[in-house]
Design a protein around this ligand. Structure first.
Ligand SMILES: [Zn+2]
Length: 167
């Protein structure tokens, strides 16, 4: 039982709503890029034996081509890779001294290249499924840690997660 502060459900819910707003207000848009989705090429007939294009045009496909030549749409692979991405808002911190605990009181030079994001717990499955994250439009980061909720004022609502720069 807390000593000074008693929060009824309504007040607690209001505070949580305000904290959600803080993520939106102070957060930055980050693009999560998921593994490419492979869909059968719409321009050629797929060969289930070779698991490649049969090199025959699919009637009605957008780019007709002569039989026995490589499909110009998929280059004979029989599949098209569709990149799937989604932009979400996270609180972002790129100064490692702010999130790597032993360093914050030491005068160490920490190389740049890490990004810590904070976001809503409900977004964890998306963060874990993403192949990489785009920060400031084109800076590519990959996840190097688990998305965890272990420090928050409001438990079971937010997570933080560490990413590393990769191109
Ligand atoms: Zn094709």
């Amino acid at each position: 039982m807390s000593t000074y502060l008693q929060l009824d459900t309504e007040t607690r819910s209001l505070i949580q709503g305000c904290m959600d707003d803080l993520v939106e207000i102070f957060g930055r848009p980050c693009t999560l890029v998921y593994p490419a989705r492979m869909t059968p090429c719409e321009n050629c007939v797929y060969d289930t034996v070779t698991q490649l294009s049969s090199n025959r045009w699919r009637s009605g496909g957008p780019i007709p081509f002569p039989n026995s030549t490589a499909c110009p749409q998929c280059n004979g692979k029989g599949f098209a890779a569709t990149e799937v991405s989604e932009t979400l808002t996270f609180i972002c911190e790129t100064d490692p001294k702010k999130f790597i605990a032993p360093f914050n009181k030491l005068a160490l030079t920490v190389p740049a290249g890490y990004l810590q994001i904070k976001g809503r717990l409900t977004d964890i499955p998306k963060v874990e499924r993403a192949e990489f994250l785009l920060y400031q439009i084109d800076k590519r980061y990959v996840r190097v840690g688990e998305a965890l909720d272990h420090f928050n004022l409001v438990p079971n609502r937010y997570f933080h997660c560490l990413f590393e720069r990769r191109g």
